[in-house]
Design a binder for this molecule. Structure first.
Ligand code: ADP
Ligand code: MG
Length: 208
């Protein structure tokens, strides 16, 4: 399978898991937020999956990110859209090593952090992304292939997601109600973990 088809399949898998988990994401966001996280992510990935799919894998992901940004709305719409645009921009030409993917993941994470001004421990999607990306880098540095590094980093992302239960929100809408968010897993950290896991499944299946 060529790389742009693989990128498109990853976006389709992200859409499928978000549609499946939409009620759960809405419920998590209703505790200290406004309940729209599932709907926003679904709108974003629907648009991402409908975007133009010509060009390199990086271009396919960047165009999906632009469509996501326009469609999703909310804090997460701008943040995830920016993440995907930067990720796509960082994947130049033929992507063959996990080191290349790691460098694009870091650029995308940096762009998200610059836009949202959140850090690790603020109870956001970054609490999944930062540990995932760090673990991915460790795997890549040890010579893992892209699917192996991705699969090997998922546990760190899951642990990060689960750690948000014990956090008080410091950013975004939930920060207004602060303590009310304690005890509930962050919706954005949850949706990002589901997407990472779904992408990992595609990579394992298509790049054995
Ligand atoms: P909104 O908060 O505008 O209703 P969503 O409900 O779609 O948007 O998304 C909420 C999620 O966005 C939170 O659970 C959190 O993970 C993430 N989020 C909010 N603000 C930030 C930020 N500044 N940086 C990173 N992630 C953020
Ligand atoms: Mg919301």
């Amino acid at each position: 399978m060529d790389q742009s088809t693989l990128a498109a399949q990853c976006i389709d898998a992200a859409l499928a898991i978000i549609l499946e988990k939409e009620p759960e994401l809405a419920q998590l966001d209703s505790v200290a937020g406004d309940g729209d996280h599932g709907a926003g992510m679904a709108r974003g990935f629907r648009a991402a999956a409908a975007a133009d799919r010509t060009g390199t894998a990086g271009q396919v992901i960047a165009k999906a990110g632009m469509a996501f940004s326009d469609a999703a709305g909310g804090a997460s719409g701008a943040l995830v859209g920016m993440y995907l645009m930067t990720l796509g921009g960082g994947l130049q030409g033929d992507v063959t090593t996990a080191i290349q993917v790691h460098s694009a993941l870091v650029k995308a994470q940096d762009a998200l952090m610059k836009l949202g001004k959140a850090k690790l421990g603020d109870k956001t999607m970054l609490d999944t992304l930062i540990p995932f990306t760090e673990a991915f880098g460790a795997q890549a540095g040890a010579g893992a292939t892209i699917p192996a590094a991705w699969g090997g980093a998922l546990d760190a992302g899951r642990a990060g997601m689960e750690s948000t239960k014990d956090m008080v929100a410091a950013r975004g809408r939930s920060a207004v109600l602060k303590e009310r968010s304690l005890g509930t897993q962050d919706p954005g950290a949850t949706s990002v973990y589901y997407v990472l896991r779904a992408v990992g499944e595609v990579l394992q299946r298509e790049c054995p």
